[in-house]
Design a protein around this ligand. Structure first.
Ligand code: E4P
Length: 217
């Protein structure tokens, strides 16, 4: 499973990238607003830190304007994936971009049928939002299972990018279902490292080691 950071905060991205476990970054207009910096500059900096796909989202709603924005965004760096919304115009844009060799991330997916349409449009990534689904009383993770089944039935190469991840349980469940990628806020990725028994074990080993009076090297 690939790990993407769902943030536009440069320091957080650098820190995660240093672990060697970061495979990409996703941004959206709300994350850009939160970071409080120029969109293009921010994406350029992220793309220079992390070699994996960096999603940058169009804000236009019609195909022609989406294509114009995508043209600007894809020129930022070679590792940009253009993020388009799951609408007829978004999928038309997706098809045009992927036919031309550009990576696309279709976002705001809330049903398996939407994911089927996006795969037919040739998207590189489909982003089903699990947390927002949970918010409205539907178990979002079930969507991942449905999309996995449908994509496997037809051998679609589209990667399932689990988005709107709110806790490590979402990551665990998505990994068991065979999702290809997950994108999560950095705090959730750091949470995944933690286990109280790991901390206790380290403390006990260090105490015993100290008692031996030995040194390594
Ligand atoms: C995905 O690409 C989105 O940026 C993101 O996962 C949305 O998450 P949220 O529902 O927590 O805003």
């Amino acid at each position: 499973m690939k790990f993407f950071a769902d943030t536009a905060e440069i320091d957080d991205i650098r820190k995660l990238n240093d672990t060697g476990l970061l495979d990409g970054v996703t941004t959206n207009p709300s994350l850009i607003k939160k970071a409080g910096r120029d969109f293009i500059e921010t994406v350029r900096e992220i793309a220079s830190i992390c070699p994996g796909p960096i999603s940058a989202e169009v804000v236009a709603l019609d195909h022609a304007e989406m294509m114009r924005e995508a043209e600007t965004l894809r020129k930022i760096a070679d590792n940009i994936a253009i993020k388009v919304p799951l609408t007829p115009d978004g999928l038309k844009t997706c098809k045009a971009l992927t036919s031309d060799g550009t990576m696309v991330n279709v976002t705001l997916c809330f049903s398996a049928n939407q994911a089927l349409l996006a795969a037919k449009a040739g998207t590189t990534f489909i982003s089903p939002f699990v947390g927002r689904h949970d918010d409205v009383g539907y178990p979002g993770i079930e969507l991942i299972a449905d999309i996995r089944t449908i994509y496997d039935n037809y051998d679609f190469p589209t990667q399932i990018l689990v988005a709107s991840v709110r806790n490590p349980i979402h990551v665990h469940d998505a990994a068991k279902l065979g999702a290809d990628v997950m994108t999560a806020p950095p705090s959730i990725i750091w949470q995944m490292f933690k286990h109280p028994l790991t901390d206790n074990g380290i403390a006990a080993f260090l105490k015993d080691w100290e008692a031996t009076g030995q040194k390594i090297g």
